[in-house]
Design a protein around this ligand. Structure first.
Ligand code: NAP
Length: 318
């Protein structure tokens, strides 16, 4: 319909933005339409969105003018950056600034910025509980986004700051859930007995849709989100019940995680240590009742695990 509000979704071909695009497309009478931004409108993910009714537009986060053009006429913008493609705080923050400024230039009414904490507010650089990385950061992919919050305020962008959480889908990556030599599935993480806020990644986008549905109410607000706050031992017990086979928790020191050697292992190791050491703050900043009010069908870990049972069952011995 002509008077539908257009939401320009950065990252619509990816995990977070894809969840938002899907939520809008599943609700054709909801009053919103999707404009999916991508560097490659010919990709399978982009053409699949187009075939479902999304308007697909070429734009690049490194190019502010391309964003301004793609945002013209949009009511809302969902902004996400992919640190793991960049491995650069400077580039991620330049992209965030491009989103912030282009939104103002195009007259966008409401921006949701997918952010995370600047951990240095809790653990300053001279605190040697964890190593300082790239001279200026404790958790570069967090600190970068948290510091970039100010870029939205400086640009005068009408922004909701959406602090996300650990995707449960990460359990399938970096050997986080793997079968040991004994054949038993194990979750290996450095979380001790602390609760880890986690979420089914689709629920990030669905919750963002709930923010847009609220109108102006949440402009200027910081909202932390998660699906549940579970100890890893609790996640292992749930997986044991869902899969019908034992899943163990292998608790390791953060130093061991940092030494794993995959790109960003030091950054991720510091992240888990931050979540462990500042558990009460980190959990408290993600109020599940607020998330459920925006996204009433928010998945639990158990419902997510049941839906992903096949993927766990496909994990074979090394
Ligand atoms: P993703 O699934 O890897 O997808 C990345 C998306 O970003 C794609 O849609 C891609 O679009 C788009 N993109 C990347 N660079 C672009 C550019 N220069 N111009 C335009 N679009 C660009 O990413 P995601 O998981 O949704 O989000 C990644 C972010 O989530 C990271 O910064 C990470 O720190 C954060 N995060 C991750 C977790 C976790 O547990 N893994 C938790 C919280 C937050 P095209 O390729 O189609 O152009």
């Amino acid at each position: 319909m002509a008077d539908n509000k257009v939401i320009a979704v950065v990252g619509a071909t990816g995990a977070q933005g894809g969840g938002l695009a899907d939520a809008i497309l599943r609700d054709p009478d909801g009053g919103f339409t999707v404009r999916a931004l991508t560097r490659n409108p010919e990709s399978d993910a982009a053409t699949a969105l187009a075939s479902r009714g999304a308007e697909v537009v070429a734009a690049d986060l490194d190019d502010q003018a391309s964003l301004s053009a793609a945002f013209v006429g949009a009511h809302g913008v969902f902004g996400v950056t992919n640190y793991w493609e960049l491995f650069s705080v400077e580039r991620e923050q330049a992209q965030a600034a491009n989103i912030a400024r282009a939104s103002v230039e195009a007259g966008v009414h409401h921006v949701i910025w997918s952010t995370l904490e600047d951990t240095r507010k809790w653990i300053p650089l001279d605190d040697d509980r964890m190593p300082t990385l790239a001279e200026h950061y404790k958790v570069p992919h967090y600190d970068s986004k948290g510091e970039a919050d100010a870029l939205f305020a400086e640009a005068g962008t009408p922004t909701t700051y959406l602090a996300t959480a650990f995707y449960w889908e990460n359990l399938f990556g970096m050997g986080t859930v793997a079968r040991g030599d004994d054949g038993v599935l194990a979750i290996t993480l450095p979380m001790g007995d602390a609760r880890l806020p986690g979420i089914a990644v689709k629920d990030i986008g669905i919750t963002a849709y709930g923010v847009f549905q609220r109108g102006d109410e949440l402009i200027g607000s910081h909202i932390g989100i998660a699906g549940e706050h579970l100890r890893i031992a609790e996640m292992a017990a749930t997986l044991t019940a869902v899969l019908g086979e034992e899943v163990k928790y292998v608790d390791i020191p953060a130093d061991v995680f940092r030494s794993f050697g995959f790109p960003g292992a030091d950054d991720a190791g510091n992240m888990f240590q931050f979540k462990h050491d500042f558990e009460d703050y980190y959990v408290g900043a993600r109020d599940l009742s607020v998330v459920r009010s925006l996204n009433p069908d928010l998945q639990t870990f158990e419902s997510w695990a049941r839906a992903n049972k096949d993927r766990f069952e496909g994990i074979t011995r090394p």
